[in-house]
Design a protein around this ligand. Structure first.
Ligand SMILES: [Mg+2]
Length: 113
């Protein structure tokens, strides 16, 4: 079976290529589009109570999946433009975060010391 990540990468590239949208997909436009899609995630939670936000309806959850995907696709395209692998960059950042926020000093605390 084909690797799903490779399939996604290829699908994202093909989608823009078939539509000749490459000229519109510079990093500035992609960053703006990514933030717009991230705002659509926020919109799902807007006006919900904290309890409602933790227990989305099936329709809200499906909508959330779509907006997360839209946001991820633009993040991926921004990374691609600069030769940044999102998985590798995220793993590297998590290593930095672990050093910045050692578990022993930050357990149960979200504010910086
Ligand atoms: Mg969207």
């Amino acid at each position: 079976m084909k690797d799903r990540r490779a399939e996604l990468d290829e699908t994202i590239l093909r989608f823009a290529r078939e539509r000749k949208w490459g000229k519109y997909h510079g990093p500035k436009n992609l960053a703006m589009a990514m933030v717009k899609e991230a705002a659509e995630i926020v919109e799902i939670f807007q006006w919900l109570t904290p309890a409602q936000a933790k227990n989305l309806t099936a329709a809200q959850r499906a909508h959330l999946a779509e907006e997360l995907a839209d946001t991820y696709i633009y993040l991926k395209k921004i990374g691609d433009h600069f030769g940044i692998d999102l998985t590798e960059a995220s793993l590297a950042k998590m290593k930095k975060n672990a050093l910045k926020y050692p578990a022993a000093l930050n357990r149960g605390r979200i504010h910086k010391r």
